[in-house]
Design a protein around this ligand. Structure first.
Ligand code: FAD
Length: 323
């Protein structure tokens, strides 16, 4: 089996949860493997992140350069293509940046590409068998990924549990001076942070999050009532904001807020990667959905297959009776 590398996502020195999930994903591909972490970014940030990752990874490779201050996929692709040995497997989080980065990187390295991977089922005829989600998570598929020339594989967040086996003093190798070309046709100007409105769902420990399954605007009221009974805050998926049923500041996801609650109750939410990408910190996820094949059940700790329009009032009544 080829060497496995992981792409470490970090922001302002804070490492994304995916960093430890990718170790678990690598070990499902090859139980004996010790994946190597690759960290790119500004020199100061990279040094800080590398120290943290060396507690979990045996080998860490860094490239620090001011040209990597912003996640400009065009520059990152050049650097990664120069770093990766031929035939390598690179695991990348399946988030907005991962989707910008990976397809082009696979072309640059002449390797295979698989997006939104949620599982591996060993090798078949020399090819890696992957389970992927397609069409926004509405369909799961099995594919054979030819890894003879290596592959870039995007892994969905939250599917593989974080590998917490720490206690390592990994070797950190700084490859900054090996890379000469940081040029780009794209000039990154600034990151526009999502606005925090009157309600700050990023601080809430209990989120009662509602999706399109709620059906009609008038049903939103029962979600507020349940959230109040649970001592939590109402959050939502993007279609609810698009329909103007709730404020943008309540939207969880890659184009909304990043939240870190202890409990996340998902009501009528399918579990798209854009939504789940906004949920960090490994909360206890309870998913209620009438479709037993909804992708969210793959990430949930507890799942209930039922109609939320019956479930929400019933749960609210139970909680109020218990108080
Ligand atoms: P759906 O995918 O329509 O799912 C509704 C679910 O409700 C289904 O699983 C269905 O089975 C279930 N259901 C229906 N009726 C009931 C019922 N009565 N009882 C129980 N279950 C029921 N989305 C975000 O959420 N956040 C983002 O930040 C975000 N950013 C995006 C950025 C980009 C660039 C793009 C392209 C998309 C983005 N999206 C985002 C949209 C995302 O792709 C999904 O379309 C969205 O998350 C789906 O929302 P949903 O789960 O509420 O709706």
């Amino acid at each position: 089996m080829a060497s496995i590398f992981t792409y470490i996502t970090h922001k302002k020195g804070v490492v994304d949860d995916s960093a430890l999930e990718l170790i678990s994903a690598a070990k499902v591909i090859d139980s004996d493997c010790k994946p190597t972490a690759i960290i790119l970014g500004s020199p100061s940030e990279v040094a800080q992140v590398a120290d943290e990752m060396a507690k979990s990874y045996t080998d860490v490779i860094t490239v620090g350069n001011d040209a990597l201050n912003y996640p400009n996929a065009e520059v990152y692709r050049k650097v990664l293509a120069a770093l990766l040995p031929s035939h390598a497997l690179l695991l990348v989080p399946h988030d907005t940046f991962g989707m910008d980065l990976s397809p082009g990187l696979s072309i640059k390295t002449d390797s295979s590409f698989a997006s939104d991977v949620v599982g591996f089922e060993g090798m078949e005829g020399g090819k890696l068998k992957v389970i992927r989600q397609e069409y926004g998570g509405t369909v799961s598929t099995r594919s054979l990924c030819d890894i003879a020339n290596g592959a870039i594989i995007n892994i969905r967040a939250g599917v593989f549990k974080a590998d917490e086996s720490k206690a390592q003093h990994g070797a950190i190798v700084d490859k900054s001076s090996d890379i000469q070309d940081f040029s780009s046709k794209r000039t990154f100007v600034e990151v526009i942070e999502a606005e925090i409105g009157e309600v700050d769902i990023t601080k809430s420990e209990i989120l009662v999050s509602v999706g399109r399954g709620i059906g009609e605007e008038e049903n939103i009221e029962m979600v507020h009532t349940l959230a109040k009974a649970m001592g939590g805050e109402v959050a939502c998926s993007r279609p609810i904001v698009d329909a103007k049923w709730l404020e943008k500041s309540r939207q969880v996801g890659t184009s909304g807020q990043t939240v870190k609650p202890k409990v996340y109750l998902a009501l009528g939410i399918s579990g798209s990667f854009q939504h789940m990408g906004g949920i960090k910190g490994n909360p206890f996820i309870i998913a209620i959905n009438k479709n037993p094949n909804a992708p969210i059940f793959q990430m949930a700790d507890v799942g209930v297959v039922t109609d939320i329009l019956e479930f929400i009032p019933a749960l609210t009544e139970k909680i109020n009776q218990a108080q």
